[in-house]
Design a protein around this ligand. Sequence first.
Ligand code: PMT
Length: 400
Amino acid sequence: MSLSGKKILIAVSGGIAAYKIHFLIRDFIKKGAEVQVIMTPDAEHFVTKLSLSTLSKKPVYADFYSDNGTWNSHVEMGLWADIMLVAPCTANTLSKMVHGMCDSLVIATYMSAKCPVFIAPAMDLDMYVHPSTKKNLELAESFGHYIIPAEHGELASGLIGQGRMAEPDTILAAIEDFFNADTKKTLVGKTVLITAGPTYEAIDPVRFIGNHSSGKMGFSLADEASKRGAKVILISGPSAEIAHGENIDLYRVTSAKEMLAKVFEFYETVDIGIASAAVADYAPKQVAKEKIKKNDESLTIELVKNPDILRTMGEQKTHQFLVGFALETQNEEENAKVKLEKKNLDMIVLNSLRDEGAGFKNDTNKIKIFTKTEEKEFDLKSKDKVAADILDFVEFQLLK
Ligand code: PMT
C-alpha cells in the first residue's frame, strides 16, 4: 500500500530499540510518506540526529530551541501530522505521556497533536509487566491511542521475555492497515475540478503582480479527493507543491486568463468544482515587451479587471456542485455570504487572515462553511484535515 502524502511524526525515546527506527523511516519514505522525527534528550545516547535527519530528509529536533536560536514549534508539528508514532516508547516516556508531565519537546508535541497516536513500547521484561506500565498502557488505550505490543525475544539485558519493540515491518503494517481502513472511497465515479495557488500577472518580462498563495490548500483538496476515488483535475497557478494522488491530472498555469481557459476546457464534464485559487483581481493593461528601466522617480501601471473565473463558473453552472472560497480581512461572514449569492455557489469556505494560522502559506487553516441554509465553524487544523472537512461537507450536501 502507498503512504503517499501521509505526514508521519516519529517521536524516538531513549532505548536500545531506537536503532530500528532507521529502517522504519526508510520504509515510510519509500512508500511516499513525509517523515518528521523528534527525540527525547536521552534518545541521543542511542541514535544521532544526523542519521535520522539524513534518512527523513528533515531536521530532527530534541529541544524546544535550535542551535541557530530558532524555536521548534511543538504546536505546528502536532497539527502537521496525520499520525504520531512514539517508538521506541520507554516506560518513562509512556508514563509522562499519560500523566501529562510536559518536560520535553516530545511530550509537548504529543500533547498538542490532534492526530491518532501509535505507541510501540520497548523495555526490559520486568518493566513491561510491572503494574504501573500495564496501567499506563491501559490509560493510553483509553485515550484512543493504538498500542503496537512489544514482542517476545532476547532483550538488551540478556534476559528473554516480552519487551522487545515490535519489528519495523510489524509497525509499518499496523500503520498501513490504519490508513487503509481510514480511506473512504466515497467519490468514485465523480470528477472534481480544483483551482489552486496564486496567479501571476505580468508587468514586463521579469516582473509580475501576484499574491502569497502557496497552493497548499488546493493541493490538499486534490489529494483528499483523489484518496476518496475521484478523478481530479487540478489547475494551479505558480506553486512549489506536488500532487501525491494517483488520479490527479495537474495543469500548471500562470495568469488568471490562462486559468480561466483551462477551467473551461473541462468544466462541462465535472461534478464538483472547488475554487481555492487566489486569483489576481486586476492585471496590467499593457505588458511591456522589454524590462522596464528605472529611469523615473515614479511609475504608474494601469490595471484592468481580470475575468472572475468562479463567477463565470457560477453563471454557466448546469449540474455542477460549486464551492468557492472567501479570503477576508473584515466583515468576513457578510462578505462570504455576498460571494455565495453573487457567484451562484452551492457552498463557500470562509478563511480570515485575522485568525492566526489561517489563510496563506501556513500548513494550517481555520474555516467556516456556509451554504444558503447552513453554516458550520471548524477549529484550526492542518490543511489536509481541512480538505477532509470540506469534502465531508460537500458529500453531505450531495446526499441530500
Ligand atoms: O494557497 P495557500 O497558501 O494554501 O492559501 C490558501 C488560500 C488562502 C489562498 C485559500 O484558502 C483561499 O482563501 N482561496 C481564495 C482566495 C481568494 O482569492 O479569495 P476571494 O475572496 O478574493 O475570492 C472569492 C472566490 O472567487 C475564490 O474562490 C476565488 O478562487 C474566486 N475568484 C476570485 C477572483 C477571480 N478573478 N476569479 C476567481 O475565481
